[in-house]
Design a protein around this ligand. Structure first.
Ligand code: IPE
Ligand code: IPE
Ligand code: MG
Length: 247
């Protein structure tokens, strides 16, 4: 493990790491447990991975915790996930402050149950002064919903004469997204073997490196994360240029 850590180039870390935490249900099923146990176990991986990112100084970590499509799951599972969110927030606030981590959230947060929404805003407020890392939870998040919201807001400003249509550019669009305060994603990891994006950060991953692993989220460890980062560091990000231009 320390050997892995030593191999990581601290000057070439992803500035923004995003993770699609998938596989909780299958993890539980394989053990003959309820899906809820998988979600509960997944929160341990959230803690381990968050701490690992803080330890190596990744400034932005974004975790896909609940999608707009996840509202279509059985009512009981949705309720359970929302309760788990509240209890995790309550439990983790101390550690977030101890580790100087700022909590942020993206998504249609008003759609969350009142209690979860309130707890979330409370932890965001109580950690807003922290500077070591920004941990963003994507909750009731869907990239298409985010784009629709952005188009509506910009249209409204055009109508009011605040923006002229010819001036709409990447900067204006970026500044209306939920992620306006975050840099583009450098590395996107998805666990559980699925190789799809599932409506996560479509605009923001335009040039992200994608990394898929078969490991189920509750089993995902610091060592697995370091392996993904090493893999990322061995890639050449060309952004449309030639290899010769980069080197
Ligand atoms: C990810 O695990 C957690 C959420 C989507 C909330 P899943 O619950 O999707 O687990 P699988 O994909 O069924 O194994
Ligand atoms: C994506 O996982 C959403 C989260 C991890 C929160 P899903 O398990 O909902 O994705 P699909 O439906 O299998 O693509
Ligand atoms: Mg899944």
């Amino acid at each position: 493990m320390n050997r892995l850590l030593d191999q990581i180039d601290k000057n070439k870390l992803p500035q923004h790491l995003a993770i699609i935490m998938d596989g909780n249900g299958r993890w539980a099923k394989a053990k003959g447990l309820f899906r809820s146990m998988g979600h509960e176990s997944g929160t341990k991986a959230v803690r381990e991975i968050t701490e690992a990112c803080a330890e190596i100084n990744i400034p932005y970590l974004t975790l896909y915790a609940f999608s707009t499509e996840n509202w279509n799951r059985p009512k009981l599972e949705v309720e359970l996930l929302m309760r788990l969110l509240v209890s995790s927030l309550k439990k983790e606030i101390k550690t977030l402050n101890k580790n100087n981590i700022k909590l942020n959230a993206i998504g249609n947060l008003e759609a969350l149950p009142k209690k979860a929404h309130k707890e979330l805003l409370d932890v965001i407020d109580k950690t807003k002064g922290n500077t070591r890392m920004t941990l963003t939870l994507a909750l009731s998040y869907g990239a298409r919903e985010e784009i629709i919201k952005t188009v509506k807001e910009i249209s409204d400003k055009v109508k009011k004469g605040l923006i002229s249509p010819q001036n709409i550019d990447e900067v204006i669009i970026t500044s209306h997204l939920y992620t306006r305060d975050l840099p583009d994603v450098d590395l996107l990891i998805r666990t559980s073997g699925e190789q799809r994006i599932s409506n996560f950060l479509l605009w923001q991953i335009a040039y992200a490196e994608l990394y898929f692993t078969d490991i189920l989220w509750p089993d995902y460890t610091k060592k697995d994360l370091f392996e993904a980062i090493l893999n990322y560091q061995n890639r050449e990000r060309r952004f449309g240029k030639t290899s010769e231009q980069i080197n």
